[in-house]
Design a protein around this ligand. Structure first.
Ligand code: 8X3
Length: 251
């Protein structure tokens, strides 16, 4: 029997992170990380039927909590092979002059600094794996800047650079790095961006068929399950109706 690889997923309690956990559950041991304990408990019960699961409750912004949780993993969970950096959010969509400074700071703290904390904490374990892989969730916003999104786009551009830089620096350890850049995916993403405004959020996905979280999970699984010598470096995924950052063809 093949030994299951162990994967640590941040942002596992919703959207792409949750869909990826579900997709990988049959073939991977899961370390599921998130801020919402009730959701982590539900996932542990559900996916625990398919595989071994442990949950870690921390906010990626909290450097001490990140290091404390990951450094103190029980020994049988220290053999991490795969890290999926999914935790990330957009807060607000306004011109730079009008944007709320707390929103801008939150996006840098979560999308950039949080990703750095988690990755730094996990790397010592990945170095010991002979089949290690990091998947960073970027966005088309990391490749193209759009109106009202300067800081969100900047945070994802940072993820793009981190993916490239990690690929260089971790190459000697055989750690693969995959950057995944989705376009319009219908998750809680827009609901968070628009602070719970359901109508605004629903409008983002009107008039075309958006991607769903499972579409991205499929791509992540494909990259992880590629032969050992194959490194999928960068994938941009659009719905059929999207051609660029903001060019969505609506009927
Ligand atoms: C999510 C995609 O286009 O809303 O990062 O920025 S987009």
């Amino acid at each position: 029997m093949e030994i299951k690889r162990t994967v640590l997923i941040t942002g596992a309690t919703s959207g792409i992170g949750m869909a990826t956990a579900k997709k990988l559950a049959p073939n991977y041991r899961l370390i599921l990380c998130g801020r919402r304990q009730e959701r982590l408990d539900v996932l542990k019960t559900e996916l625990g039927q398919l595989t071994e699961v442990i949950t870690l409750n921390f906010d990626v912004r909290d450097k001490a909590a990140v290091y404390n949780s990951i450094d103190n993993l029980p020994e049988i969970w220290q053999n991490i092979d795969v890290l999926i950096n999914d935790a990330g959010n957009a807060h607000g969509l306004s011109t730079f002059d009008k944007a709320d400074i707390d929103d801008l700071e939150a996006m840098i703290d979560i999308n950039v600094k949080g990703l750095i904390y988690v990755t730094k904490a996990v790397i010592p374990y990945l170095k010991q794996s002979d089949n290690a892989h990091i998947v960073n969730l970027s966005s088309i916003a990391g490749k193209e800047v759009y109106l009202n999104g300067a800081t969100y786009c900047a945070s994802k551009a940072a993820v793009e650079s981190l993916s490239k830089g990690m690929r260089y620096d971790l190459q000697p350890f055989g750690i693969k790095v995959t950057n995944v850049a989705p376009g319009a995916v219908e998750t809680e993403f827009s609901l968070v961006r628009f602070k719970g405004d359901e109508e605004k959020s629903a409008n983002v996905y009107k008039g075309f068929e958006p991607l769903v979280a499972e579409d991205i999970a499929d791509t992540i699984a494909y990259a992880l399950n590629a032969p050992k010598h194959v490194q999928i470096a960068d994938v941009t995924i659009f719905p059929r109706a999207q051609a660029g950052g903001t060019s969505i063809f609506r009927k």
